[in-house]
Design a binder for this molecule. Structure first.
Ligand SMILES: [Zn+2]
Length: 74
C-alpha cells in the first residue's frame, strides 16, 4: 500500500466519522421537525436532520434554554 492509498483511507475514515457524529448530533437534538433546513442557521441539511452540525444544535438549545428561563413557552 503506498502513501496515496493510505492518505485516501485516512480521509475516508475522517469523512465517515464526521457523518456519524453529525447523525448522532441530530439524534440527540430535541424533538423538532426535520424540515430540510438547519433550525439554527437555515442552511440546507440532509433529510431527517434538524441541524447542520453540533454547534448549531448547541446554539439553538442555548436560545431555547434562555427563552424557557425567561418564562417563554416553546
Ligand atoms: Zn446550522
Amino acid at each position: 500500500m503506498d502513501l496515496i492509498d493510505r492518505a485516501n483511507d485516512a480521509a475516508d475514515m475522517l469523512l465517515q466519522d464526521a457523518i456519524e457524529r453529525r447523525q448522532l448530533a441530530a439524534q440527540k437534538a430535541p424533538s423538532i421537525i426535520a424540515c430540510g433546513h438547519c433550525h439554527n442557521c437555515t442552511a440546507p441539511v440532509a433529510q431527517g436532520l434538524q441541524f447542520c452540525d453540533s454547534f448549531c444544535r448547541d446554539d439553538w438549545q442555548r436560545v431555547q434554554n434562555a427563552r424557557r428561563r425567561n418564562g417563554e413557552q416553546p
